[in-house]
Design a protein around this ligand. Structure first.
Ligand SMILES: [Fe+2]
Ligand SMILES: [Fe+2]
Length: 388
């Protein structure tokens, strides 16, 4: 196990990832403290207004997502695959991996109930988590079918395994909404990568000697179908983090930093023989620390306008060195150098165009359109500076 560094086995953090105490967001602030919120300097968006804009964005995105999910990804874990034709001679390593995939996904009810509860005051986010949960539940059933139809595990074995898994409860990796949102971005991307690499193995494309020549078109299709869902999940949560990054850069960047420092896959503490599973996944070339760095962290960073982990840590450190004057805007200006806010603003704008196009299709545009509002804290350069 020495080949797998601590990042993958880190204990899920409990309570040490709180966002910065200044200017808390509404969803992490107890209601009895709302009156103590600092005054918003003139010309800037209040937290209440920012929260409203983010909520509208989530709501529009959720409506768009649901329509899209029903149109393009409405598959069924039983009927969409020819289970009888699943390869009955898959190598034991592949079965171990399928078992682990199933184990993680079958916590879908725990993931969903915890997350729904966390964001219950947000229409867009809580309804989305239900939709998301219904997709994750299909993943669990599809992976269970794969284990069962492999012919290498008896129904009794599967039953017992499930009992063992269900005797434990998955808890949120972080206490607050923003950290969990950020965590999910990295988790969805990592999961997608796991499934895509399983697809490659099933297509006979593995370069590992013990997996060369494996061929299972059914398994390849299962892995690909689920991976497409995971990509859609990644995108939803990514758009959410972009909105937070745009309106609350400091809290969001520090959440990103906290999450990557302690990232581990969900349910790593709950699944029996996790070490064996992880080792098998690693040796199969499916997922390991290098993949996390290169294909998860770097990809998410690029999508969030963050140059590198080093740049992120440096940026946060510098921001904290700048003195914070009461009621002033001095502290927040330094944060804008930490990431490519222009790119993020462009992405948030594009998200709103997508939502607006959808609303036009339905007729919402004439009644209650979702609008993009610029964050006035963003430093304006070039021609747009003349407007200030
Ligand atoms: Fe999933
Ligand atoms: Fe997912």
């Amino acid at each position: 196990m020495s080949t797998v560094p601590a990042v993958c086995h880190a204990q899920l953090p409990q309570g040490n990832g709180a966002p910065s105490e200044e200017e808390p967001m509404a969803d992490v602030m107890p209601p009895n403290m709302l009156q103590e919120r600092p005054q918003t300097p003139a010309g800037l968006l209040s937290n209440r207004e920012k929260d409203r804009l983010i909520e509208r964005g989530f709501l529009g995105l959720y409506r768009w997502y649901t329509a899209r999910s029903q149109e393009t990804r409405n598959w069924n874990p039983d009927r969409s695959f020819d289970w009888r034709s699943l390869n009955k001679n898959l190598p034991p390593e592949v079965i171990t991996v399928l078992e682990g995939f199933f184990a993680v996904e079958q916590y879908a009810p725990d993931f969903t109930s915890n997350l729904v509860h966390l964001v219950r005051r947000s229409h867009g986010r809580s309804h989305f988590q239900l939709r998301w949960g219904s997709e994750e539940e299909k993943h669990a059933d599809a992976w269970e079918n794969a284990v069962l139809f492999s012919g290498q595990r008896s129904p009794e074995w599967v039953e017992e395994y499930k009992d063992r898994l269900k005797s434990q409860t998955w808890e949120l990796p972080f206490p607050d909404a923003i950290h969990n949102l950020v965590y999910t971005v990295f988790q969805e991307r990592a999961t997608q990568l796991n499934y895509l690499n399983m697809m490659k193995i099933a297509q006979g494309k593995s370069d590992k000697p013990h997996l060369k020549g494996v061929s299972d078109p059914v398994l390849a299709r299962v892995a690909q179908t689920i991976a497409v869902d995971e990509a859609a999940h990644y995108n939803f949560f990514l758009e959410g983090v972009r909105m937070y990054l745009y309106y609350y850069p400091e809290q969001t960047l520090s959440a990103i930093k906290n999450v990557i420092t302690q990232f581990s896959m969900p349910a790593a503490q709950l699944v029996p023989n996790w070490e064996h599973f992880f080792e098998t996944v690693y040796r199969a070339g499916i997922y390991g620390p290098r993949d996390f760095q290169r294909d998860v962290m770097q990809v998410a960073f690029r999508n969030l306008g963050i140059e590198s982990r080093k740049a992120l840590e440096e940026g946060i450190r510098k921001t904290r060195e700048v003195p914070d004057f009461d009621g002033g805007n001095f502290k927040t200006t330094a944060i804008w150098d930490t990431f490519d806010y222009g790119a993020v603003e462009g992405d948030v704008r594009r998200l709103h165009v997508k939502i607006q196009d959808y609303e036009k299709e339905i007729g919402f545009d004439a009644i209650d359109p979702t609008e993009f509002i610029e964050n006035p804290e963003v430093p304006r350069t070039g021609s747009s500076a003349a407007d200030d």
